[in-house]
Design a protein around this ligand. Structure first.
Ligand SMILES: NC(=O)c1ccc[n+]([C@@H]2O[C@H](COP(=O)([O-])OP(=O)(O)OC[C@H]3O[C@@H](n4cnc5c(N)ncnc54)[C@H](O)[C@@H]3O)[C@@H](O)[C@H]2O)c1
Length: 375
């Protein structure tokens, strides 16, 4: 399927690297409002440059536009793409407000198109293996999930030395201005509703704890660098998610049930091992088995591209799934309504503020299917 990319920044190099694993997707060209950057990126990867977004959208061969612009541009770029009849795969979040994200999904529905959002780690081996273990009731009924999304004191790390393969600097301003919840929480927020169904409420707190981050540029706005949320799902499960760029790196997820604990050490890593510890009673005590049982990862061993920082995410998996769904005339597993739901949860946590909020979730979605190799 023919695709095009808008936004030739840091993450675009990751997409290009992982697109090598998926020859069924062909990048016809790229575009960036920073023309110099687009030309540099295109020559590095041997691609064509579209001189404008209009020129890109006029190319009838393109079915999917991959929106890799900064979060503040997601809405306007996705909207014009949908209005021009293109399916959209957007980096997270779909938009910076629920109303804008909802409008994009409505436009897509009216035009019989799909807009779906990253991240796509739900389609990876770890998430699918964990999900099957939950469905198979390996730990009985699930009561609660604890999820961490901490990345350490990023503002004190040598981020000025972080460059993508083609030499694009890591966009520190987005990390600090957009904030870590909108930037990172999606990696877990996309797993939980898939496993436990739609969420009904989000009780959350968010705060900027480090106001004097030493940056080389003035911060135009200040995103929260800490958030904590309890998400209640219609099924009765409750998840607690903490997100920060303060506490040391921890992307772990633990699922607590009747008969034991399922856990993954790193939800960013598509092939992170899935483990289980069972509970049992000895005389008057309940014991958590000190020996963890490894649950065999589902799915075949895929080739992977190694790059620093972002673990071994296959950024293109979500585009492959969207392309397959278009060809098979079905909704993507990361359907527009599902992607809207994930965006709404992230925005609810991000916007909770220091006084906290109890937010009623408006969106919902039809149950989504596991990958065929994980049924
Ligand atoms: N940096 C990472 O490690 C990382 C990882 C995963 C996901 N993401 C997500 O990917 C997206 C892009 O992040 P990035 O790190 O590549 O940022 P970046 O700033 O390096 O690149 C974004 C590019 O989009 C371009 N752009 C912005 N608005 C545009 C518009 N209206 N039209 C055309 N071009 C426009 C900018 O000129 C820039 O070149 C964000 O949503 C981010 O959350 C980033």
């Amino acid at each position: 399927m023919d695709i095009a990319i808008i936004g030739c920044g840091f993450v675009a190099d990751y997409y290009l690297a992982t697109l090598q694993l998926h020859p069924e997707l062909k990048v016809l060209g790229v575009m960036d409002r920073n023309t110099e950057r687009a030309e540099h990126f295109a020559s590095f990867h041997g691609l064509e440059v579209y001189p404008s977004i209009d020129a890109l959208l006029a190319d009838q061969r393109i079915q999917i536009v991959v929106n890799l612009t900064n979060p503040d541009s997601h809405y306007e770029v996705s909207k014009v793409c949908l209005e021009s009849g293109k399916h959209v795969y957007s980096e997270k979040p779909l938009a910076m407000s629920f109303d804008d994200a909802n409008e994009l999904v409505e436009i897509a529905e009216k035009k019989d198109l799909q807009i779906v959002g990253a991240p796509c780690s739900l389609l990876g081996e770890s998430a699918q293996t964990l999900w099957k273990a939950i469905r198979d009731k390996e730990i009985g009924d699930v009561y609660t999930v604890y999820a961490e999304m901490d990345d350490g004191l990023v503002h004190r790390m040598p981020y000025r030395k972080w460059f993508s393969a083609s030499g694009i600097p890591w966009p520190a301003h987005d990390e600090f201005e957009v904030g870590c919840t909108l930037e990172h929480a999606g990696y877990v927020l996309s797993w939980l509703p898939a496993f436990f169904g739609p969420a009904v409420s989000v009780t959350a707190f968010s705060s900027e704890q480090i106001k004097d981050k030493e940056t080389d540029f003035p911060l135009v706005k200040h995103g929260p660098d800490l958030s904590v949320a309890c998400i209640k799902f219609k099924s009765g499960v409750v998840a607690r998610l903490s997100c920060s760029i303060i506490a040391p790196h921890d992307h772990s997820l633990r699922v607590f049930g009747q008969k034991g604990i399922l856990f993954v050490d790193d939800t960013w890593h598509y092939r992170s091992k899935v483990y289980m510890r069972s509970l049992f009673n000895i005389r008057r005590r309940m014991i958590i088995n000190p020996f963890k049982k490894k649950i065999k990862l589902l799915g075949k061993q895929r080739a992977k591209i190694k790059f620093g920082g972002s673990q071994s995410m296959d950024f293109s998996l979500g585009i492959v799934e969207l392309a397959s769904s278009i060809q098979e005339k079905r909704l993507s597993r990361l359907s527009p309504q599902f992607s809207l739901h994930v965006t709404e949860l992230a925005l609810a946590i991000h916007n909770a503020g220091v006084d906290g909020s109890c937010y009623r979730v408006q969106s919902s979605f039809d149950p989504i299917d596991p990958m065929e190799w994980a049924i």
